[in-house]
Every structure is written in structure tokens, then in C-alpha cells.
Design a protein around this ligand. Structure first.
Ligand code: 3EB
Length: 350
């Protein structure tokens, strides 16, 4: 076109997460994936798809892969410092692991600093989703703090240096069945992220000191407006690990069913249009719109108790997976995260 007007809105790729069976072929254009398996490891080697395996399945039958695939071909991936990444021109997938025995405070700060540098250098500056898979999270570190609290402290310094609370995306902080830490971060080049909070919960970054010397650095959810085409766009909602917390307090200690219901009600209140409107997001969701959901359950005997209740809240198409891992406060028995996709017409946006 010769009118001199640059159109930034053509043929930008879209990213789709889905759950696939372990050891099956990955979807075309997989940018990166997370395997819920039996040993902490990360793929290496030039050209390899970044593939983090976290020790989170009780058996081979329970293991599965969360694949993030794009509508555009993946470019050659790379490594930088401790990070492994791949990109497609619009999305960047980053993964790294922290070894057992490392100082989790220093390691968390270093890895997060490296992530912030990489997204800036490669031009994918909009961070929209992070996962922190933390082995032995509630065990006591040499300092006397929990390993999770050590990690939170280092992560907080990195975020403080980067831009503080307004740049904190949705995240999950969850235990594993092993040791060490696995991290995944997703960032976008032109998509517009909006980080949102839950009306029933204190922002995690404002938790009082009783939960640890520093507060956790994450938003309750991130809405990403993918910059897809001139007259339509796609809005995805990535919901952080959510638990039975009201205000900043854990509620219904010891009562799995009540914690589960509270968690699902927290999720519903978070994604509701009335809540999202506070953050100028034009369209809300219902839990039945969820495409993917992961339910993390602390006591293995509670997993079967969750099936029926969860099904009452989600949609027929919602792919729900259960994992038996630790949750980041001693009294919390369940944590749930979810993904919501939505396609809208641009002209509907006010
Ligand atoms: C909570 O609401 C539960 O430290 O990255 C959820 C999601 C939780 C993310 C994190 C922690 C994290 O505080 C715990």
C-alpha cells in the first residue's frame, strides 16, 4: 500500500494452549511446552522446542503435556544465560530451572532479572503469564524461612527493580512432588495485557508480613488483547493460581469441600464482567467459558471429591486436569488456575 499509513494489525499469530498426552506428537508450531511428569528437567540443544518437565504426576498415566502452540511457525529458539526460549514474532516462551540446593532468594532474583532483560532485548516486552513450580515449598530453608518465602523475596527485588506492581502478570506459585524450581514465562510483542485483581481478595503484592517478609509478585489474572487483525481481535484471560483466600486470610481450614467452593466462587467473581469493567476490560466471562483448568490438590484423597463440584461450575468443553501437589500455605488444600479464550469484533469495543 502506498498511502503511507502503516498498518500494524495484519497477520499476527495467535497462541493456543492445550493439554495433550505425554509422549504423543506435539501440535504443529508448538512454541514451548510443560510436561507434568516425574523429573525436573529442561530440553537443551539448538532447534529444540523448549520443554520443561516438572515432577508433578503420581504415575505415567497421570502425566500430560501443556502445549502452547502458535498459528505461525516457530523461529529458531535459543539460550541466554540460564534461560531457554523460543519465539514466533509475536510470542516468546521462556523456561528455566533452579537446582535444588541453590539459594532460592538469589536464584529467583537472578532468573527474573534475566527474563526482564530478555523480553526487552528481543522486543517481547509484554509479560502476560508466569508459572513457578517450587519443590519442597513449605520446608524450612537454612535461613529459617520457607523455601517459598525465600523465592518470593528474591522475585520481589527483581520486580521492584523492573517496574513494580503495575507490570506484574498473572502467575501460579505451586508445589511439586520433587525438588528444585521450574519457571515458565510468556510474553507478547504487540498484544496488550491488562492485569486485574479480585474484588474478594487483597492483591497478593499487598499481603501483610505474616505470610513472609516480602509479598508475592503477581496479579490475580491478566487479560491479553491479541493484536490479530484490523476488524476483529481476540481477548484471552489467563487466571492465576487461585485459592480459598478471602481478603488475605485462608478460610475453611481443614474443610476441602468448603475451600473448593470458595475457590470456584473467587474465580467466578474475578472473571465476571462487573469486575473486569473496573479495569476497562469490555467483556466478562463465566466459568463455563473456560477452555483449560488445572486443579492442584494437596491431599491425594481429596481429588475424587472435587470432580463433581468442579463439573457443576465449568463448561462441557473445559479440559480439567488434577494434580496432587503442595499449595503455598500449610492450611490451603486446593488451588485452581484457568484459561479463557474469546473472539470479539473490534467495533463492539467502546
Ligand atoms: C494466593 O492466592 C495463593 O507466588 O506466584 C497463587 C498464585 C499463589 C501465584 C505466586 C502464589 C503465587 O496467594 C498462592
Amino acid at each position: 500500500m502506498s498511502d503511507g499509513v502503516s498498518t500494524e494489525t495484519k497477520a499476527i499469530s495467535l497462541l493456543h494452549p492445550r493439554f495433550v498426552a505425554a509422549r504423543k506428537r506435539l501440535p504443529t508450531n508448538t512454541l514451548g511446552c510443560i510436561e507434568f511428569g516425574d523429573c525436573l528437567s529442561v530440553s537443551k540443544g539448538p532447534g529444540a522446542i523448549p520443554h520443561l518437565t516438572v515432577p508433578m504426576a503420581r504415575s505415567n498415566q497421570e502425566s500430560f503435556v501443556e502445549s502452547w502452540s502458535s498459528t505461525a511457525p516457530r523461529k529458531e529458539g535459543g539460550t541466554r544465560g540460564d534461560l531457554i526460549y523460543s519465539e514466533d514474532g509475536e510470542y516468546l516462551f521462556i523456561t528455566t530451572i533452579i537446582a535444588e540446593g541453590d539459594d532460592y532468594d538469589k536464584a529467583a532474583e537472578s532468573r527474573y532479572r534475566q527474563i526482564f532483560e530478555l523480553i526487552a532485548d528481543l522486543g517481547y516486552s509484554r509479560l502476560f503469564r508466569i508459572w513457578n513450580y517450587i519443590g519442597n515449598m513449605l520446608d524450612t530453608a537454612p535461613s529459617g524461612l520457607q523455601f517459598y518465602q525465600e523465592f518470593v523475596k528474591g522475585r520481589e527485588r527483581a520486580f521492584a527493580n523492573y517496574g513494580g506492581t503495575k507490570l506484574m502478570p498473572a502467575a501460579t506459585g505451586i508445589g511439586t512432588r520433587g525438588s528444585g524450581i521450574g519457571l515458565v514465562a510468556l510474553a507478547s510483542r504487540t498484544g496488550v495485557p491488562t492485569h486485574v485483581e479480585n474484588p474478594r481478595q487483597t492483591p497478593a503484592y499487598e499481603y501483610p508480613e505474616q505470610y513472609g517478609p516480602k509479598a508475592p509478585s503477581f496479579a490475580r489474572a491478566t487479560v491479553l488483547n491479541h493484536n490479530t487483525a484490523s476488524e476483529s481481535y481476540t481477548q484471552s484471560l489467563y487466571v492465576s493460581g487461585t485459592s480459598s483466600i478471602l481478603g488475605h486470610e485462608s478460610v475453611y481450614c481443614g474443610d476441602f469441600n468448603a475451600q473448593l467452593t470458595t475457590t470456584l466462587e473467587n474465580l467466578a467473581a474475578l472473571v465476571d464482567g462487573k469486575n473486569l469493567a473496573r479495569f476497562k476490560v469490555h467483556k466478562g466471562f463465566d466459568l463455563t467459558d473456560a477452555s483449560l483448568m488445572k486443579v492442584y490438590v494437596k491431599r491425594s484423597t481429596d481429588i475424587t471429591k472435587a470432580y463433581e463440584t468442579v463439573r457443576k461450575y465449568v463448561g462441557k468443553q473445559t479440559d480439567v486436569r488434577y494434580l496432587n501437589v503442595d499449595v503455598c500455605r500449610k492450611e490451603l488444600l486446593v488451588e485452581i488456575e484457568a484459561v479463557f479464550p474469546s473472539v470479539s469484533r473490534l467495533k463492539e469495543i467502546k
